[in-house]
Design a protein around this ligand. Structure first.
Ligand code: ZN
Ligand code: ZN
Ligand code: ZN
Length: 212
């Protein structure tokens, strides 16, 4: 595998500081990397799975819980920045890219965070995080997101995500029917009708998706 100066960054849910680490050391099956915040209260875990895919567990500054993402190893050889979003807030919580794009994205996400905090009149990040999640407001199963995010990233890597603008970067959001992939460039969408993990898993076999 070609080695690039690929970095990974996330923001700590406890102290709101961004931590950046080098992703290049991940080579063998048993490898696991842990990127810790200096405050000691949070850590991002990166594991290589038996099938060669990379598993990320990212502390979310917006939910205070971890979200996990499964990536294909090619991600480390991509030129453009990859952004991982919180499935509930849609905000970017982790980034993979080179030095330059990572520092730019950390700045952007800091601005995003302070805008949100200002709009909620929050003094610390804990003020914007959920305090007590009641039974009624239980968020959808994160495993649905994990599965469909995997489907989307896999198809994207194979060039099988089609979109009117043909130069999109794609993300996912929850809808009443399941999840929706959308193009951040032109706004086209594709609906995944999946309200459960088992239905979401049926999408693992599709060959391509076309956003409209
Ligand atoms: Zn911290
Ligand atoms: Zn989150
Ligand atoms: Zn598009």
């Amino acid at each position: 595998m070609a080695t690039k100066r690929t970095q990974i960054a996330y923001r700590c849910p406890d102290c709101a500081t961004a931590t950046v680490g080098f992703l290049g050391g991940l080579s063998s099956v048993s490898d696991m990397l842990r990127l810790k915040c200096e405050c000691g209260e949070s850590a991002l875990d990166i594991k290589r799975q038996n099938d060669g895919k990379i598993n990320l567990s990212v502390p979310c500054v917006y939910c205070k819980s971890n979200h996990s993402y499964v990536l294909s190893p090619e991600i480390m050889m991509r030129d453009e920045l990859t952004k991982f979003s919180c499935p509930y807030s849609g905000m970017g919580i982790a980034f993979i890219g080179d030095d330059e794009s990572i520092s730019k994205e950390i700045e952007n996400s800091a601005e995003e965070l302070s805008r949100i905090m200002a709009s909620l009149e929050a003094e610390t990040v804990s003020d914007i995080q959920p305090q007590d999640v009641g039974e009624d407001s239980m968020p959808p199963d994160p495993a649905i997101y994990d599965t469909l995010n995997f489907v989307l990233r896999d198809l994207e890597a194979e060039g099988e995500v089609h979109c009117p603008c043909d130069n999109g970067s794609y993300d996912l959001r929850f809808t009443d029917d399941g999840m929706q992939a959308y193009c951040k460039n032109c706004g086209a969408t594709y609906d995944f009708y999946a309200r459960s993990v088992s239905v979401a898993e049926e999408y693992l076999t599709i060959d391509s998706i076309t956003l409209k």
